[in-house]
Ligand binder design. Sequence first.
Ligand code: CP
Ligand code: NVA
Length: 307
Amino acid sequence: MLKPYKLKKKDFLSSLDLSTKEVNYIIELAKNFKNNDLSFDYKNKVLGLIFDKSSTRTRVSFQVAMSRLGGTTIDLNPTTSQIGRGEPIKDTARVLSRYCDVIAIRTFNHSDLEEYARWSTKPVINALTDLEHPCQALADFLTIKEEFLDFKNVVLTFIGDGNNVAHSLILCGALLSVEVRIACPKGFLPNPYVIKKAREIYKNDNLLKIMHDPHTAVQGANVLYTDVWSSMGEEYQKEEKDKEFNGFTIDSDLVKKADKDAIILHCLPAYREKEITNAVIESDKSRIFEQAENRLHAQQALLACMF
Ligand code: CP
Ligand code: NVA
């Protein structure tokens, strides 16, 4: 049975905040939680949730994860707290540090999350920013490990926007030495800083490929992954982006070009018939709902390593 292990860094703002050993440990711990092989007692521990954007999976899985650990959560809805009135981040962070044991934040600017973490004496978790979604990547690689048992020779092809979800997959993929191919239209590349950091981690330069033809990118791939083309906050670009991403839909024809045992992932929520067809989401290759369930187990494991 695995023993609790405290993460080296106080905060989890980026996939880069974990070492390879720590990612592997969290995935193993998550599997143990999933099999009900573990019980931790975090009675009296309180997780605060600050969500500036909507959420179903992240919010509820954090609430259930904390409850399974024996602790509680407080929903610090920005519209009903003074956060929405514009109270400075540095004041909110210092005050909430005196009540809560850990805070998960979903917001727009990654720099606001970093500013919060600078002033918070308690651990801060990135529950999604415009730059990264590292909790999602933990659940994604847990799902991949369950399917393929280890990460050796796994090829993950992400088809879509070079967005927050793609960034965390790239960085977590680099930590785990998984081959990651990003297939995106030319104007929608992942952030160059993320690519640079991933290349510093990868021992082999060929393991990260940025491509523009989904048909080439899926050849021999074991995991096909997509996300919405327009993320939260980009709704005003939707019409234009839908045109730019024409040809980047994961449909049955594209799936046929991947490895015969390939699985399909999507972080959800999905726009069916845009980035992915209804038939592919509902196909026997889809692990999308297992992946959503794994958010709970991965975050329970993450929280267990933060106190
Ligand atoms: N995948 C994900 O983060 O979903 P929510 O926006 O519902 O939290
Ligand atoms: N890229 C999406 C992910 C949603 C979970 C967004 O940021 O809206």
